[in-house]
Write a protein of this length. Sequence first.
Length: 313
Amino acid sequence: LSQRLFSPCSDFHRGHTVKAVCESFHLAKDSGFKVVAHMMPDLPNVGLERDIEQFTEFFENPAFRPDGLKLYPTLVIRGTGLYELWKSGRYKSYSPSDLVELVARILALVPPWTRVYRVQRDIPMPLVSSGVEHGNLRELALARMKDLGTQCRDVRTREVGIQEIHHKVRPYQVELVRRDYVANGGWETFLSYEDPDQDILIGLLRLRKCSEETFRFELGGGVSIVRELHVYGSVVPVSSRDPTKFQHQGFGMLLMEEAERIAREEHGSGKIAVISGNWGRVKFMIPSHFELGTTVKTMLVPSCPVDDYYVQN
């Protein structure tokens, strides 16, 4: 993203353009995939305010808006071109305090439908000549956010399991929450079961009305697709039930039923598809009328309940 805003592509030797990134995001989401982006602040000739500007656009511009983020501040490693710039004095990393401040400001920008998977790379510090000096950068950034009076509301921070382990709190009043936004040529709906007062997330579902440009034949002609279905908390075996845990309590089924309603009544879709690398992981969470399709799992979304469901071959 910084390539387009501030510097020629050749400065960073990425081998592709920002336009190609936008197109790949579009194709991936129209195929039902979850998109996790890697972003690298503290590149040469950018600066703190420009870094903030590019992350603001990254989350607000519909051409980007990823589902997840891995935040990898620039590291200077011996044997790289950047190492030569640093050694000659033409590149200088942010100070530790500036980097914590930057990450704190970035985390405050993250929308509630995005998950921050990582905040720094697991590279042994002896191999790093300059860059991140702390192994707990996320922790330091979250502490700085408390000082600033800001919050990180990404998916990971709000997960019920994280909240139980780190903050010893449990949801009290759980309700369905819906957030709609436009991204990568499609209509996205982020459904979740949450305790809004405590900002705790129980489960989520990502529903997309595919754009007209989708190249997957299974998804053409008016199809909505579930790109992710996830219920958080301690793992409970499929064959078990634990009333003190949140998995297998029906949240996944309720999310799927609401997704089906939106697809039928609002998207005007004739079918809904569910993508899954392992069908067995999701089949017990969704209505019984879902059947196996080709590469994805498809069903007809009827205008009224019927017994005969169509499966595309």
